[in-house]
Design a protein. Structure first.
Lengths: 297, 306
């Protein structure tokens, strides 16, 4: 490795960014994950343009029609649902909800958790104690149970879904970031900053915060799949975005009553959901291995 | 050691106190009048007032909480609006089914995952290793509710081998416990595999081998024992997810437990029952975690002699 080579600053070393990208691309899983995610994201953005049919138009003549090739009405590639709506179009539109909730919930919980983790690790003492005990309390209630109860009280809507998932997800960020800050605050550059008269706020946000981005991004990428599963689970229970808006979880629930006669209604949205979560996880693992392999479980 | 356990106990009690605040606050988060929330939107004003009075919602908030807490300590968790019975009694009727399901899922996942993880580590890069890792990857990404429905589709609808709903004998338990245990199984397989790979490279393993111990003894007596601590830690951390997963699994398999009770209570706007169930599930969760903390004392000598 280059550790033994004296650094003069004149060598042509590839920029850090290029090296990281090159290392990321060495993992086949990471490449697969990125490509699949890109496909799903593009499908979500251009849903109007690429959907073969309107996802909300009911057409009872295609009720539970089998996927193309099978049966008389092979009009829809992935078949029709219990109201004769095109499954493929509904899956494409469903990506919108999954990705929107996944990304925004991660952003919200990440911001909240990073902030609390910074405060707990930096101020220690009573602040730390309070925040960590809050985390303990939150962890004592299973997340999905808390989310179900909260959405049940607030009422199901896209906004409430994001709010509830965002607020319940902060603990893992706070714990990770707190640990990082606890060791950072003892380091010389922090001591130097303080010796030069940097106040608490400046030290925390100017000197410490730039060093917690990496673990925060890694945790966020690992939490994304979890948030997507939570959204679909709540939608499955009828506590997500209300119908007729298509959601993957809601579609899986629609097919429950027709397992014996129309297997495709439950199967296809689940396959896409699982592949998406898998892709997110592969992408996250790749990111972690490149940025900070120590965060591996 | 006594001090360690006493500290854990105090923390558990504090956490439960915090949970009562959260659970109490739950219905007050509702936009508008919680009493109206529990009725229907167009309920006449007199009915709403009667409901407010019946639930004590006309009292000051602090008094309400005090009544809630002191009631809970006496075992009074309010009355279910739907069943018209004490909430505690209804939940206790449903709790054994949930305990049975979660323990069965825990058992199934460890029974499969620990040997699979060992095999993957010992025969690294073999067919076994790849099969184990493939299963682990899928198990971690497949949503519990979809996995359950797929198992029903195959084993109940197609092959008609196993029942798809209800509680009864062991056959009823198979599909729900496999469904619920799948994510944990995936996680434990990966954990045991990577843990064993680390441990098998340690000096004390080389020593054990050098003194001529059979490979099986090396693995079971020397390596596996050192896997126990991270294993118990992860199982403890995942118990919450397991209990959460039970809510979904019970709904799919019509399993008469607390999880399904909560989902139906939400739909029926039976919030006192939702509150009571959330509180009791947390008590169950905290109690098991406390038990695990005590278990640590026995498997980790560093705590016993500290």
């Amino acid at each position: 490795m280059s550790a033994s080579r004296p650094e003069t600053g004149n060598e042509k070393v590839p920029a850090r960014k290029e090296r990281l990208v090159a290392r990321f691309l060495r993992s086949r899983r990471a490449i697969f994950g990125s490509l699949f995610l890109l496909t799903i994201a593009l499908a979500a953005v251009f849903a109007e343009a690429i959907s073969p049919a309107n996802p909300e138009v009911i057409d009872m003549s295609h009720r539970l029609s089998p996927p193309a090739g099978g049966g008389a009405s092979g009009k829809f590639l992935l078949g029709g649902d219990q109201l004769g709506r095109d499954m493929l179009s509904r899956i494409i539109y469903g990506a919108r909800i999954s990705l929107t909730v996944g990304v925004t919930a991660v952003l919200l919980s990440g911001t909240l958790g990073v902030l609390l983790g910074l405060l707990a690790g930096y101020y220690r003492g009573r602040t730390d104690e309070t925040i960590m005990r809050l985390a303990d309390i939150q962890l004592a209630i299973p997340t999905i149970l808390l989310a179900i109860a909260l959405v049940g009280v607030l009422g199901p809507s896209l906004r409430n879904l994001i709010l509830v998932l965002g607020v319940t997800g902060w603990v893992i960020y706070a714990r990770t970031i707190r640990g990082v800050v606890l060791s950072l605050r003892e380091q010389q550059f922090v001591e130097a900053a303080r010796a030069l008269g940097s106040g608490d706020g400046r030290t925390l946000f100017r000197y410490i915060m730039p060093n917690v981005w990496t673990p925060a991004i890694v945790v966020a990428s690992q939490q994304m799949g979890f948030m997507i599963i939570m959204e679909s689970a709540l939608s499955f229970l009828g506590l997500g975005v209300p119908p007729p808006t298509p959601t993957w979880g809601g579609m899986i629930a629609d097919g429950r009553g027709y397992l014996a006669t129309a297997w495709h209604v439950t199967t296809f949205p689940g396959v896409v959901l699982m592949a998406t979560v898998l892709a997110v996880n592969f992408f996250g693992d790749g990111l972690r291995d490149v940025l900070d392999p120590r965060l591996r479980l | 050691m006594t001090r360690y356990i006493a500290r854990r106990l105090a923390l558990s009690l504090f956490v439960l106190f915090g949970v009562t605040v959260v659970v109490f606050g739950l219905i007050h988060l509702a936009p508008g009048d919680p009493a109206r929330l529990m009725l229907y939107d167009t309920a006449p004003e007199e009915e709403v007032q009667a409901m407010r009075k019946a639930l004590g919602l006309d009292q000051p908030l602090r008094l309400q909480y005090w009544l809630f807490l002191s009631g809970a300590l006496r075992g009074d968790l309010g009355r279910s609006l739907y069943y018209k019975q004490p909430a505690l009694r209804i939940i206790l009727e449903h709790l054994p089914a949930t305990v049975e399901l979660t323990f069965a899922a825990l058992f199934v996942s460890l029974l499969v995952a620990v040997p699979m993880g060992i095999l993957s580590a010992v025969r690294r890069d073999s067919v076994w290793d790849y099969a184990g890792m493939l299963l682990a990857t899928i198990g971690q990404a497949a949503p519990v509710f979809w996995l359950g429905l797929m198992l029903i589709l195959l084993f109940s609808v197609q092959w008609m081998l196993l029942p798809s709903s209800g509680r009864g004998g062991i056959v009823n338990l198979i599909l729900p416990s496999v469904t619920l245990g799948a994510p944990l199984m995936a996680l434990v397989t990966r954990l045991v595999r990577s843990g064993m790979l680390d441990i098998l490279g340690e000096d004390y393993i080389r020593t054990a081998r050098a003194k001529g111990l059979a490979e099986q003894l090396v693995i079971y007596r020397h390596a596996l024992r050192n896997m126990l601590i991270p294993l118990v830690t992860v199982v403890g951390l995942q118990l919450g997810a397991l209990l959460g997963g039970a809510v979904i699994t019970e709904t799919i398999f019509a399993w008469p437990g607390v999880g399904r009770l909560v989902v139906t209570a939400i739909t029926a706007r039976d919030y006192p029952l939702v509150q009571a169930a959330t509180l009791l599930v947390s008590v169950y969760f905290v109690a098991i975690n406390l038990l695990l903390d005590v278990l640590y004392v026995y498997i980790d000598p560093r705590i016993r002699f500290a």
